[in-house]
Design a protein around this ligand. Structure first.
Ligand SMILES: [Zn+2]
Length: 309
């Protein structure tokens, strides 16, 4: 996109919020997604920090954190902002998270979901827990979360009464949005018991389609809602700065081979739609296993614990 790239001056990248480095090197230049597929920004820059290895979108094209407190965020994704609409769209995604969590008992635990939105994950695990903290800036969800018996806080910093007492914290697909990931993880770490754990997820910036599907996929993968882009190494670096250490990393490939082929052939997602020629669950399983085993899957999960214990 030489014409478009020439239309803008290089954005200024301020000192890294995670490590303080001012050494930024571009890894992507071009338009990025603004909401649904096909909605694009003007040319933007994603650069890698030479200190901690995190990638970030230039601030000019990022959404303010206030955006997530309003209904505009879900609307921009074409999703409903009320709780019923959220639950209808997200309940089925929770099986993936429970599978990654594995054989862990949450019985009698104090748990927290940081950025829980409508609370789909909490609904799956709350019955076993002794106490549930629903931490969510989007106030549209608060009444419903309270009605389900959860203690509701807009931010972890406002749940300080629970410092050092949470057995398991969860945060799914949130860290990539926040203005300061180091602060975000520090605030969660302060909630954890010395033996507490945090399970978080974020898009994997080693996603194999970034190479296989080239430019079309890159302008979809990078998006205004995501300020930060992590691989396991960068996530380990920010965790270390926040007093946490990565205990385990898991990769999950959500989309099957039909989606990958459609991206490579037509430069667009097919989502869960299966191509007739590839309609064999065994193909998807091999494809997904391959990406997960090689760390090239679309989703990155990590279990973290306090590094002072
Ligand atoms: Zn950095």
């Amino acid at each position: 996109m030489p014409g478009l790239a020439a239309e803008r001056t290089n954005p200024v990248f301020e000192a890294c919020a995670i490590c303080g480095s001012e050494d930024w090197n571009p890894v992507y230049q071009g338009p990025v997604r603004d909401g649904r597929f096909g909605s694009l920004t003007a040319p933007s820059v994603v650069a890698r920090c030479g200190g901690c290895g995190v990638d970030r979108l230039d601030e000019e094209n990022c959404r303010d954190e206030d955006f997530y407190s309003s209904e505009d965020y879900r609307k921009s994704l074409g999703q409903g902002s009320d709780t019923a609409a959220f639950l209808a769209g997200h309940d089925t995604q929770q099986a993936e998270r429970l599978k990654v969590l594995g054989p862990v008992s949450l019985r009698s635990c104090k748990i927290a979901d940081v950025g829980c939105a409508g609370g789909s994950f909490l609904d799956q695990v709350a019955d076993l827990a002794a106490e549930v903290l629903a931490i969510e800036p989007g106030s549209a969800y608060h009444d419903s979360l309270r009605q389900r018996g959860f203690a509701v806080y807009p931010f972890a910093t406002e749940a300080r009464d629970h410092a050092g007492s949470v057995d398991w914290a969860f945060s799914f697909d949130v860290i990539e949005h926040v203005s300061d990931p180091k602060r975000f993880l520090t605030d969660i770490a302060e909630l954890l018991k010395p033996v507490g754990r945090l399970l978080l997820s974020t898009p994997n910036r080693d996603d194999g389609l970034l190479n296989l599907a080239g430019e079309a996929y890159r302008r979809f993968f990078y998006r205004v809602h995501h300020r930060w882009y992590f691989d396991a190494q960068a996530l380990t670096a920010v965790a270390g700065q926040a007093g946490l250490m990565v205990e385990r990393v898991d990769y999950v490939q959500r989309y099957g081979i039909s989606n990958a082929v459609t991206w490579m052939r037509e430069g667009r997602p097919s989502g869960d739609q299966v191509l007739a020629e590839l309609d064999n669950p065994a193909l998807d399983r091999v494809w997904q296993d391959h990406l997960e085993q090689s760390g090239r899957a679309d989703r990155l999960y990590a279990v973290l614990r306090r590094s002072d214990t």
